[in-house]
Design a protein around this ligand. Structure first.
Ligand code: SF4
Ligand code: SF4
Length: 341
């Protein structure tokens, strides 16, 4: 599948020669996953890569790339109190120890924990003189791996109501990078989560580049500014793609002006293209897959624009990395976010 294009970058000590590109947007619905899937297809024709979907609350890239899951690992969430009914005497001492009102008693007097209300502080376990309460980790989601139409893929699925998305995203990111090094891949292409919260910080920390996908609207401009600010705080080089660029001439012009003001390169524009999604669907169904090189994908304005943009991105990634020492405060900020939600 891979061709003989020039390597994306010089070898770097510690992390092999793997480059990491994150495709992100300040909010959902900008076409970020569609573009990520197309870029993965273009890239796979030239060089081995690993793709990762860091949107652990709604991972759509595995669907767009026709994924076969080959591994599943439980992702442990926070600890919750558990009562050993055989040991519980029904003394109710633990009830007062819980500041979160998570403990009640059953008709037979034994203690019962509401795991949605339990914060895992352990106060009840300390209070119980019968050793009836222990803290146990609960599964918060899954870390999944597999093979897709462009090679290896890693993604996560967080269970509803869980708030550890940043931590799971960090696991996805790290697993993808380790897999890329193991397989000799040159690129990790990450479809990032929407927004600018902890999952996005966990996705882009340490990346070689952030491709911010923006759409021409007032909110798109606002979201782009926030994402660019975050990328700069994390010392991650950023470039912008204007997607659905012909939906509003006025808003598109404002967005171009925003890029100029911010000193950010607008690396390309993709017009609205109703053929993009059907093309991806056909890819997922397998009629435009390994047998045909990507050049044979039916040309449409969107596919054509995305391919040109991908060529520019590859040139960008092949540039020598700029010195961008992150401050201790920022490293700490990133770690704090990746450990929590
Ligand atoms: S303190 Fe221990 S023994 Fe008493 S009700 Fe609570 S769990 Fe049961
Ligand atoms: S671990 Fe803390 S929050 Fe959970 S039930 Fe015990 S005291 Fe309440």
């Amino acid at each position: 599948m891979a061709g003989d294009k020039e390597h994306l970058g010089a070898k770097r000590e510690g992390d092999g020669s793997v480059k990491t590109l994150v495709v992100a947007s300040g909010k959902g619905g900008t076409g970020k996953t569609t573009l990520s899937a197309l870029f993965a297809r273009f890239s796979a024709q030239e060089r081995p890569l690993v793709v990762a979907d860091c949107d652990v609350e709604a991972s759509n890239l595995p669907l767009a790339l026709r994924t076969e899951v080959t591994s599943r690992e439980a992702f442990a969430g926070s600890e919750k109190a558990v009562v050993g009914e055989d040991l519980c005497s029904g003394c109710e001492r633990c009830l007062d120890s819980c500041r979160f009102g998570a403990i009640s008693t059953l008709v037979d007097g034994t203690a019962r924990i509401d795991e949605w209300a339990c914060e895992g502080c352990g106060a009840c376990a300390t209070a119980c003189r019968h050793g009836a309460i222990s803290l146990e980790p609960r599964q918060a989601g899954e870390l999944l791996g597999g093979e897709c139409s462009t090679g290896a893929i890693v993604f996560g699925q967080l269970q509803p109501g869980q708030d550890l998305s940043g931590k799971l995203v960090t696991s996805v990111h790290e697993r993808a990078k380790a897999l890329a090094e193991e397989r000799g891949a040159e690129l990790v292409l990450i479809d990032g989560p929407p927004g600018i919260g902890c999952p996005v910080i966990a996705s882009i920390s340490g990346a070689d580049g952030l491709l911010a996908v923006a759409e021409p609207s007032l909110s798109g401009e606002h979201d782009l500014r926030r994402l660019v600010t975050l990328a700069r705080q994390l010392r991650v080089p950023v470039k912008v793609v204007l997607n659905k660029s012909d939906l509003s001439a006025e808003a598109a012009e404002r967005l171009r002006a925003t890029c100029r003001e911010e000193g950010i390169e607008l690396i390309g524009e993709v017009p609205f293209d109703s053929e993009l999604l059907p093309t991806l669907e056909r890819m997922a169904q397998g009629d435009i897959l390994e047998a045909k090189p990507v050049i044979d994908i039916e040309e449409s304005p969107g596919v054509s624009a995305a391919r040109s943009i991908w060529e520019r991105i590859e040139n960008w990634l092949a540039e020598p990395p700029q010195a961008r020492p992150a401050s201790k405060a920022l490293i700490q900020l990133s770690r704090t976010h990746s450990n929590g939600s």
